[in-house]
Design a protein around this ligand. Sequence first.
Ligand SMILES: *Cc1c(COP(=O)(O)O)cnc(C)c1O
Length: 354
Amino acid sequence: MELTDEIMVQRTTKSRLPEVDFNKLGFGNYISDHMLICYYKNGQWEAPSIVPFGDISLSPATLALHYGQSVFEGLKAFRLDDGRVNLFRVQKHYERMLRSLSRMCMPGVPEEIFVEGLRRLIEVDRDWLPTQPGGALYVRPIMFASEAKYGVKIADEYCFIMFTGPVGSYFANPLRLKVETDFARAAKGGTGSAKCAGNYGGAFYPTQKAKEAGYDQVIWTDARENKYIEESGMMNAMFVIDGVLVTPPTSDSILAGVTRDSLLTLADDLGIPHEARPIAVTELENAFRHNAISEAFGAGTAAVVAPIATIHINGIDHHLPATNDNSVMFRLKNRLEAIRKCQEEDKHGWNFLF
Ligand SMILES: *Cc1c(COP(=O)(O)O)cnc(C)c1O
């Protein structure tokens, strides 16, 4: 029998949907009525169940809290004009979750629980999908070591949860970023390419320092020499230099963003020249000096593209020119959104419709 054949659904008796102001969704403000929860014990996955979203109780000895075996994902589902749901690039997110889990010595969550479980969860909370343009249902899968033992070891028990929440269109103000050359997010051989909890906790301090200095985020550089651009917050970094879309190659210190992959694929489709290659901080400085850099943006699921207005390098604020409808970032974003809404052919097989 398949694990998801026996999926138990316990519906809430009191939906929180009436409390939602769909005109002021923002990001991360609401959580839908239900969650999927599933445990791994004795070397195997138990049957998942869909239950009302709520607290879970944990022992203070829970291994994840001490030693950080905790991995997450972030993806989005969209409501199409014909009422169907599109879960965008779910397979790619699932594969990345498996890679993150493997790096953290955690067992792979079965595909049927992740993909089929998510389809059922979204069906139960279908009314939570925003209808307004740009709205989406954000999906947060998380898995952590739930075993209660305080000796340092790889856990034998895990908890996998998926919950969702409606989010609005994300019109970020153009970002002011600081190129970070003192602190590092991820080193060669480290866990930077895994979406694991510890990477984010360690990034807070340098990010807070950058905020105090008047910036929104840092742009990380490589931990060895602080010479090469890596990424920023929960976004991959992209630039247009001399008319070419450039982004650092993925490595063990850069997270392989699904949005990054989508945008590079679409650049190919649209005939926009692009390169994934190391970008030195000095190359950026030179490009600013010669007005060769026309665009800089972050790429990630939350915003698709987040325009960058200012980049601080070694004591100097460099400013990007204003964007317009012909900007590479918006041409890519518009194409991506058209595919997601089934207004353009999905020739790469990115949509999962139900
Ligand atoms: C999630 C994340 C990204 C963006 O990945 P997407 O799949 O495009 O959302 C980039 N960098 C880091 C560190 C991330 O955690």
